[in-house]
Write a protein that binds this ligand. Sequence first.
Ligand SMILES: Nc1ncnc2c1ncn2[C@@H]1O[C@H](COP(=O)(O)OP(=O)(O)OP(=O)(O)O)[C@@H](O)[C@H]1O
Ligand SMILES: [Mg+2]
Length: 253
Amino acid sequence: MKIAIAGKGGVGKTTISGTICRVLAQRGERVLAIDGDPNPNLSVVLGIDKNKPPHRSLSTDIIERVEDGKSWTFRVKMPFEEILSTFGQEAPDNVTLLIVGKPEQAGTGCMCGPHTVVRELIHSALTSENEATMVVDTEASLEHMKRGTSRYVDRMYMVVEPYYRSLEAAGRFAEMARQLGIKEVYAIANKVRNEEEADAIKEYCAKINLPIAVFVPFDENITAADLKGMSIMDFDKNSKAVQAIQQFVKSIN
Ligand SMILES: Nc1ncnc2c1ncn2[C@@H]1O[C@H](COP(=O)(O)OP(=O)(O)OP(=O)(O)O)[C@@H](O)[C@H]1O
Ligand SMILES: [Mg+2]
C-alpha cells in the first residue's frame, strides 16, 4: 500500500506520517517512510537521533528522461532495491527512511526535479518486488499534486485542523487528488480539543464529501516531545494521540 499525507502548513503532516510509520512497523510491517518535503524533518518524528549528521538524500541524478514517441517521460535509473541500499536510512522499529525533497544546493531554482523524483520513486516501487508500505510526507503546497507526484498512491490523507483555512485548503487538495484519479481520499482531523471542534470538522467535511478517517486529539505530549526533538513514540508511546493513530492503523490493514 502506498499512502500520501497532505495538508496546509503546520497542520501535523510530519507528526502524523512519522507516527503512522512507527505504529505500522511495530505491527510487523515493512515500512518505507518518504520525506518529500524540501525542508525535510521526518527523521526526528521517526526517532532518528537529531544529532546524527544528515543522511544522503535522493537527488535528480537517479532519474533520466526518456523519449516516449512525441513526448518525454522520466524513469528511475537504478533498481528499487539498490535505491534502498544506497539511500535508505534505518530508523527505530525497522522503518527505512528515504529523503527526497531536499534540493542539493540552495538557489538551484525550481523544485520540479525533486517532485519528479518522488513521483517516479513511487512508480518504481510499484513495479518492483518490494512490498513495503510506503508513507509519503509531502510539503505544504499543491506542488506535489500539480506535478502528479501523488498519481501512483493508493490513498491520500488530508490532515486538517479545526480552523476554517485549513479545512478550506483540504477541500482544494482533495479536489485535485480526485482529478489525479486517486480513488481513496480521506481527512485526518488533527489537534482536536473538544466535541465542538470535532463537530465543526465533521460539518465541513460532510459538505465537501470528504470522509474522516480518524480524529487525533490535541496532545500536550506531542508538543513536549517536539520541544525535545524526540519522536512521540519514544517520549510516551501510550499518549492519547498515539492511541488514536493505533486505532486508525488497525482499521486500514
Ligand atoms: N495532535 C497534536 N497535538 C499537539 N500538537 C501537535 C499535534 N500534531 C502536531 N502537533 C504540533 O504541530 C506542529 C506542526 O506539526 P508538523 O511539523 O507535524 O506539521 P506539518 O504539517 O508537517 O508542518 P509543515 O507544513 O511545516 O511541514 C508541531 O509543533 C507539532 O508538534
Ligand atoms: Mg512537515
